[in-house]
Design a protein around this ligand. Sequence first.
Ligand SMILES: Nc1ncnc2c1ncn2[C@@H]1O[C@H](COP(=O)(O)OP(=O)(O)O)[C@@H](O)[C@H]1O
Ligand SMILES: O=P(O)(O)OC[C@H](O)CO
Length: 499
Amino acid sequence: MAKRYILALDQGTTSTRAMLVDAAGCVAGMAQREFAQIYPQPGWVEHDPREILASVLVTVTELLTRSQVELRELAGIGITNQRETTVVWDRRSGQPVHNAIVWQSRQSMAICERLRADGGEAIVRAKTGLLVDAYFSASKIRWILDHVAGAQARAERGELLFGTIESWLVWNLSGGRLHVTDASNAARTLLYDIHRREWDDELLRLFGVPRAMLPAVRGCSEHYGDTDPARFLGAAVPIGGLAGDQQAALFGQACFEPGMAKNTYGTGCFMLMHTGTQAVPSRRGLLTTIAWDIGGRVEYALEGSIFVAGAVVQWLRDGLRMLECAADSQVLAESVACTDGVYLVPAFVGLGAPYWRSEVRGAMFGLTRGTRREHLVRAALEAMAYQSRDVLAAMEADAGIPLKELRCDGGAIGNDFIAQFQSDLLDVPLLRPRVQETTALGAAYLAALALGFWESRGQLARLWQVERRFEPRMPAPERERLYRGWQAAVQAACAFTPS
Ligand SMILES: Nc1ncnc2c1ncn2[C@@H]1O[C@H](COP(=O)(O)OP(=O)(O)O)[C@@H](O)[C@H]1O
Ligand SMILES: O=P(O)(O)OC[C@H](O)CO
């Protein structure tokens, strides 16, 4: 039977998606499933790794059944994942020793504070392009080793394994034969030297992480091995692509040239600018990261990571019960001409780029007796755009390249209000592609290139098409006035310290 599709698995923060991509680069089917978010304490976020694995198998089964595609028609699998989220499991039983600690979680903040106080920041920055923050995997591993009885000794004996989500999935889908990660995910751990491209002993010592736990680091587009029929729906399918979801989206958006950038509006917001084969250091609170390693050639990106974007809409829906569904937020926001001076700083888990203030919490400003639900909802949506402007200002200055246009994707950018307001606030055109599942598409592309399903990146760049282009239309004085208000709101939120 002909191999007609690549299967992309996009394991995100709030849901798992499985997508079929055909030889013309068209999406031939998709299935999605949400899974539980576990909040053991304020500021902590965990997932059950077994539930994540189950969500993958269920979405694939549903997708194949609905699309009437047989496993034999799959040329291969590309996997992309929420990054940094940390799983530690027992090599023999395959069982996690703790819930996965999610990238958003602040539970390892104290570990980072100690490390910063001991002067660890400079080494980390130089080798990893990141900074010491609970966002990245290393302090989460440390937390698990500290809180699970006997874990440190077991890890040193090689009995426990660490992996980010792609690593956990590949381990399971391959029946425990492959313990691997890829360079784009390794680059988010704080343990990987992005210049020398290897796990770094000094960093491992700094966090007390035994080398025996770590997966082998591979490229982003290669044949890693096959799924184990006993663990993957009875079939041996080649796994050909691995990448962190934000890097996969950069690839799926065909941002292959220095200066090209995309912003993904999902749970958080992640703006990445391709910087070529140069790792450009940031002096303004951005991250330097590996975009991908293909055939041993590494390309880099500058990244601004915003922790809460679409998540604020979930909070309005589930926490405050102000919305029936996320899409209602557009209708409500557009029903008022402005927020009437209301600003919402959604620092629910602190502020990420470019501020990196873990201890700050969310705040609302400018409330009056006339403030209505519509104003709050609009302020919540506008906050995504304001945070992205903070990041873009830093990015243009660090890269020395003014942005010509911004490619966008992610669940929240289907909201036309956000897209238009973002273009207005950045004063650049925002391009929404026809296939908005660019993360899954990127993973499919990476696998397709490795497995000979497609030949070249040029072919992929030609497949990219605009669905809608949002042009800036807000007068400059209005834009700057609104932005000054946001800056004042952020400053005030940062100044607030509860006793
Ligand atoms: N129409 C909408 N308007 C605003 N936000 C939305 C809309 N649709 C989805 N979202 C938000 O987008 C996020 C989901 O996007 P997605 O790209 O699936 O995220 P992730 O990959 O982080 O799980 C959710 O936080 C949701 O609240
Ligand atoms: O799963 P997403 O889309 O929320 O992305 C999460 C990021 O990879 C975290 O760094």
